[in-house]
Ligand binder design. Sequence first.
Ligand code: SF4
Ligand code: F3S
Ligand code: FES
Length: 248
Amino acid sequence: MSYKAKFRVWRGEGGEGRLEDFTVEVNEGEVVLDIIHRLQATQAPDLAVRWNCKAGKCGSCSMEINGKPRLGCMTRMSTFTEDETITVTPMRTFPVIKDLVTDVSFNYTKAREIPSFTPPADVKPGEYRMQQIDVERSQEFRKCIECFMCNNVCHVIRDHEENKPGFAGPRFLMRIAELDMHPYDVVDRKDSAQEEHGLGYCNITKCCTEVCPEHIKITDNALIPMKERVVDRKYDPLVWLGNKIFKR
Ligand code: SF4
Ligand code: F3S
Ligand code: FES
């Protein structure tokens, strides 16, 4: 069954733009990205949207649908009523390049600031032996498709551009936690998590976890445990004494 839906889509570039109204055909089984593609094909050939896999796996089609960060390719039209106006806007936390396409390079800058996995020099690839529990823990974080919707929704940077230099965002604080929990990683990540990557800014609102399309428990399994690791170090008397002696 087909029907006509009302779409309101953000159009603009160079820091300026407006919402534009469209009436567009919807067919059974379609997702929001299908409708955006139909708009391109029939009414707005220059409408910019980033996408790739159309299967919820490349993380390219992140956008805000009725104000909520969503993957366009995984948001079924059947979740809306036929008379509803569907508003589609670009991710708010990142600068707009054109229409629905944002410049997400903030995220790549943050990724580069984190030292990569560093195993002990005397253990060769193929010699790592890990317990299943350690494997499973990092496997959850490895499901990340880098859609950056968690970073987009986190209030620390969503409404505060000034926090961006000192805050890696949930996606990359999770990466730091993953590496810190890795039994073969030798880099000390606790102080830098707090001091350089802004772990202390996170006040556990869990908005990041709510929007994650991979259902990764970012807050409970990465951010809170990482906060506990940082605090343990601070208040463990032996660790404190060790720091005093070795920092002299
Ligand atoms: Fe997207 Fe989830 Fe990865 Fe964040 S953690 S970038 S929301 S897949
Ligand atoms: Fe932001 Fe997630 Fe923490 S939304 S405040 S990083 S729990
Ligand atoms: Fe790849 Fe939507 S197009 S996640």
